[in-house]
Ligand binder design. Structure first.
Ligand SMILES: Cc1cc2nc3c(=O)[nH]c(=O)nc-3n(C[C@H](O)[C@H](O)[C@H](O)COP(=O)(O)OP(=O)(O)OC[C@H]3O[C@@H](n4cnc5c(N)ncnc54)[C@H](O)[C@@H]3O)c2cc1C
Length: 273
């Protein structure tokens, strides 16, 4: 195995396209675990930390999170804390202080696990990935096709993530099941909600760990808009989400349990949001 730590985007891109079995390394908290477990065995490792770390940038109603930004960098950023409170709460539930000190949001997105906590946030905050060297921006929900599957060309990599602010929204986030290096959460839910005069003005709902990637159903969200913010409506829609989502059984939980939790978490969100 060969290790490189290039200092420029061009070098990363050239190396990446030159070799077949190649992996980028940012914080390494996913990659190293997989390599130690023998799940991955790349010939070439390209450390992204050779690139200079850019600042987290706030432009209009968006934030740009550049490559090598860690979770701690986001947690320690005052503007991010104020504008993205829900994501701050989500990040605080990722791993441990040691993990948050090393790990990066880009690594979480690139890992493309349906249990990725930051990944779920990108589905709610209109997340886009800035790709180098092409400079194109791809909606993250379009970039990811399944666990570990990204539609990137051999020379391409994620350079930044862009999120849009959600002003005036209440939020709820919960993940069920403990996670450690080798285990993933059983199910998670993230909800953003705007209510006016007890009527749902807008709602965004994303589930983690119940499909090949994070799941969001915009048609159901649209259907809820204009309805009363009531237990009855949430009960009705919890059934619709349960019908729509077909999780699998794995070592962590059965499909039946996960399906029931889809409903329960939806109702729980009503009381806690
Ligand atoms: C003890 C422990 C607890 C954890 N707890 C959680 C948790 O609660 N929730 C959670 O979501 N995750 C958790 N994780 C997983 C992990 O910490 C996160 O997914 C983290 O965000 C990964 O970031 P990283 O920078 O370490 O990624 P890395 O390991 O460096 O990379 C992850 C993957 O992305 C690829 N990659 C990296 N950078 C790029 C790039 N710029 N472009 C394209 N591909 C790239 C790598 O090749 C690799 O395949 C945990 C891990 C450990 C070890």
């Amino acid at each position: 195995m060969k290790y490189f730590k290039p200092k420029s985007i061009e070098e990363i891109s050239n190396l990446k396209s030159k070799f077949e079995s190649v992996k980028l390394l940012s914080g390494g908290t996913d990659l190293m675990v997989k390599m130690r477990a023998g799940v991955l065995n790349p010939q070439i490792i390209i450390d992204t930390k050779g690139l200079e770390k850019e600042k987290i940038e706030f432009v209009k109603e968006k934030v740009k999170i550049p490559i090598n930004t860690t979770y701690d960098d986001l947690l320690n950023n005052k503007e991010f804390q104020e504008k993205y409170q829900m994501i701050v709460d989500i990040i605080k539930q990722i791993g441990s202080p040691q993990i948050r000190n090393r790990a990066t949001p880009i690594g979480n997105v690139a890992n493309a696990s349906p249990a990725g906590d930051f990944l779920l946030a990108t589905y709610l905050f209109r997340g886009y990935a800035e790709i180098k060297p092409s400079n194109k921006k791809i909606k993250i929900s379009h970039l990811i096709h399944g666990p570990g599957k990204l539609s990137l060309k051999p020379e391409e990599f994620i350079y930044a993530i862009e999120l849009r602010e959600r002003k005036g929204y209440r939020y709820y986030y919960e993940k069920v099941g403990k996670r450690n290096a080798m285990n993933i959460s059983i199910i998670s839910i993230g909800m953003l909600l705007k209510v006016k005069d007890n009527i749902i003005e807008d709602i965004k709902v994303a589930y983690g760990s119940v499909g090949p990637t994070v799941m969001r159903f915009k048609d159901l969200e649209k259907e809820m808009i204009g309805k009363e913010f009531s237990e009855k409506v949430f009960e009705e829609f919890s059934d619709k989400y349960m019908e729509r989502i077909n999780p699998i059984t794995d070592v962590r939980a059965s499909a039946e349990y996960r399906k029931k939790m889809v409903k329960n978490l939806f109702i729980k969100a009503f009381y806690n949001i």
